[in-house]
Write a protein that binds this ligand. Structure first.
Ligand code: AR6
Length: 175
C-alpha cells in the first residue's frame, strides 16, 4: 500500500473515493464539506438526503458513501469527526473511528484509492498535531492488513497542516 501526502484541494483529486468531513445531519456546511458539494453538484446532497431519511444521518465516528456527482473522484465517503471539547469527551476514539470506518467503507466497495482531508481540524477545532497522529496511525495500521486499498492520500489544504504531516510522515519513513 502506497501512502502519499499532497497539499491542495481534495475536490480536484482523481481517486476512487474522497472523504468528506461532514456533520451528523449530512446537511452540508462550510470547509471541505461546502467545497465538495459545490464542486460535485446537487446529486451528492440528494444522496445525503436519502440516507438522512433512511437512517437519520451519520453519527460521529461513522461513515456513509454516496455518488461523487461531477467530481473527478468516483465516490464520496462522508464521515463525521468529533467536535473538540478539550479532549476528555472521547474525541480521540471518535476521530480514529472516522478514519477506520472510512477505510472499511472503501474496502466494502472494493475501492483501491482514497484521499482524506484533515478531519475535525477546521470548524470542529481538533488540535492539528494530535489529529495528524491519529490519522497517520489509523492509516498505517490499516495498511498492515490485507485490503483492496492500494493508495491512501492525505490532502492538506494549508501550509501549516502540510508541514505537520510532512514532518511526521518523513520522520516515520512513510514518505
Ligand atoms: N480540500 C481539502 N481540505 C480542505 C478543503 C478542500 N477543498 N477545504 C477545507 N479543507 P472543516 P471539520 C480543510 O472545517 O473541522 C463543515 O461545516 C481545512 O483546512 O472542513 O471536520 C461540516 O458541515 C481543515 O484542515 O471540517 C461540519 O459541520 C479540514 O479540511 C464541520 O464543518 C477540515 O476542516 C466539520 O468540521
Amino acid at each position: 500500500m502506497n501512502i502519499q501526502l499532497i497539499k491542495g484541494d481534495i475536490t480536484k483529486i482523481k481517486v476512487d473515493a474522497i472523504v468528506n468531513a461532514a456533520n451528523s445531519r449530512l446537511a452540508g456546511g462550510g470547509g471541505v464539506d461546502g467545497a465538495i458539494h459545490k464542486a460535485g453538484g446537487p446529486s451528492i446532497m440528494k444522496a445525503c438526503d436519502f440516507i438522512r431519511k433512511q437512517t437519520g444521518g451519520c453519527p460521529a465516528g461513522e461513515a456513509v458513501i454516496t455518488t461523487a456527482g461531477k467530481l473527478p473522484a468516483k465516490k464520496v465517503i462522508h464521515t463525521v469527526g468529533p467536535v473538540w471539547r478539550g479532549g476528555n469527551f472521547n474525541e480521540p476514539v471518535l476521530l480514529r473511528n472516522a478514519y477506520e470506518n472510512s477505510l472499511k467503507m472503501a474496502e466494502k466497495h472494493g475501492l483501491e484509492s482514497i484521499a482524506f482531508p484533515n478531519i475535525s481540524t477546521g470548524v470542529y477545532g481538533y488540535p492539528l498535531g494530535a489529529a495528524a497522529d491519529i490519522a497517520i496511525n489509523a492509516v498505517i495500521q490499516h495498511s498492515d492488513q490485507a485490503s483492496s486499498i492500494k493508495l491512501i492520500i492525505f490532502v492538506c489544504f494549508d501550509t501549516l497542516s502540510f508541514d505537520i504531516y510532512n514532518k511526521k510522515l518523513t520522520s516515520m519513513g512513510v514518505i
